[in-house]
Design a protein. Structure first.
Length: 202
């Protein structure tokens, strides 16, 4: 056989082998890609949050406070002179738990430190530190239409209620936010309080 013919046939054989190898490699990579995509999709579906709707049963459980932040803006007008006072409260060193039972009762037994910073307009900030104890029992209701929770408790012999907005609710925790705004048209004074409590499910 002519050497040129032999080499040519040999090269054709090699090219066929390489082509089959490339096809098999591409098919393998495609198969691996499909597996990765499927695995990722399963993880997203199994994280427990996609279909974790807000219900009394799903909300019930034991929580620990992970964060507490509050800001108060007080605008006071006296004899035509406006004074702005900003108070911020930041919590840390959280201990204890909030327990919300599925029957609508709850037990709060938690302690944490508060760093309070008060800034009166044109004055240096005043910083104070103290400990807060949440020691309450009572009832609560969940409003799924506006994603809120209303807590009823007894304070100093008086029954009081507080409503929080429920945000970022999931199987691992929730944020409770609250707003209290009071305007006095007669004298122009304004009180604006906004806060957030982070809870982590135990």
């Amino acid at each position: 056989m002519n050497c040129f013919v032999y080499v040519n046939l040999k090269w054709c054989y090699i090219r066929q082998k390489l082509f089959k190898y490339k096809i098999m490699k591409i098919a393998k990579l495609f198969f691996i890609t499909i597996l990765v995509i499927g695995f990722t999709s399963c993880n997203k579906d199994d994280d427990g949050n996609s279909d974790f709707s807000l219900t009394m049963e799903n909300f019930s459980g034991t929580y620990k406070i992970s964060s507490f932040n509050e800001r108060i803006l007080d605008v006071d007008i006296d004899n035509g002179i406006e004074t702005n006072t900003t108070t911020t409260l930041v919590g840390d060193s959280f201990q204890g738990t909030y327990v919300f039972n599925s029957d609508g009762t709850y037990v709060m037994d938690a302690q944490y430190n508060i760093t309070e910073t008060v800034v009166v307009e044109n004055n240096p900030p005043v910083v104070d530190n103290y400990t807060v104890s949440d020691d309450f029992t009572g009832t609560y209701t969940i409003n799924t239409s506006d994603s809120s929770i209303t807590i009823t408790y007894v304070n100093g012999g008086f029954t009081e209620t507080t409503t929080f907005m429920i945000e970022n609710f999931s199987s691992t925790g929730v944020n409770l936010t609250y707003i209290d705004i009071n305007d006095d048209p007669a004298d122009g004074n304004t009180y604006d309080l906004r806060g957030e409590i982070g809870l982590v499910r135990q």
